[in-house]
Design a protein. Structure first.
Length: 196
């Protein structure tokens, strides 16, 4: 009986060590090993967008909810015209997102955003060319599955720029529901990306 008890305690100890590593060691390793310059280059190769990021940090909560925080993201078109920037992006996801091809976004919080909505002279939105050009294989994945969640934005500056028109809008705070986000993403055909 004592041997079974000892074996059970050893198994529990091993599970606790694995759990502790998941919530402390794994995110620390992911954060310290994340190569920002390499990621920026891959983003450019996959989307033709000039991408800059200040930092990326991973955290795992005791319930294994995973938080990915991106600071100072800036996206520009290949002609250096601005597209999007955000001071802080916080993505709440699952631990599986760190290792697999499925990204279950439970929620996303964005602060201090700027977005330039540009309409070309032929009437098409400049952003419309991006989804079809996206190549997930640049990131070593044949395909990516995204399960969207609620998205909250704070301090959101939008510029609507047309060939002969210009308008600005400021949103102090707004939450877009999971269904709204899914509907928005589903209207575009993203190569190698499945929206669930």
């Amino acid at each position: 009986m004592s041997n079974y008890r000892n074996a059970a305690l050893v198994i529990i100890a091993i599970l606790l060590l694995v759990y502790a590593s998941l919530i402390s060691i794994v995110p620390a390793i992911k954060t310290s090993s994340f190569n920002i310059r390499d990621f920026e280059q891959k983003c450019y190769n996959a989307t033709s967008l000039i991408t800059t990021i200040d930092s990326v940090q991973y955290k795992v909560k005791p319930n294994l909810t995973t938080i990915i925080t991106v600071k100072d993201l800036d996206l520009q078109y290949i002609d250096y015209q601005p597209l999007f920037s955000a001071k802080t992006i916080e993505i709440e996801t699952t631990l599986a997102a760190l290792f697999g091809n499925t990204f279950n976004v439970k929620s996303m919080h964005l602060k201090n955003l700027k977005y330039d909505d540009q309409i070309l002279s032929n009437g098409e939105n400049k952003l419309a060319f991006l989804p079809g050009a996206f190549n997930s294989e640049i990131f070593g994945k044949k395909s990516i599955t995204i399960v969207p969640g609620d998205v909250t934005v704070k301090k959101f500056d939008i510029k609507y720029i047309g060939p002969t028109t210009y308008k600005e809008k400021f949103i102090r705070e707004k939450t877009y529901s999971k269904d709204e986000v899914k509907e928005f993403l589903s209207q575009y055909y993203f190569s190698h990306v499945k929206i669930k």
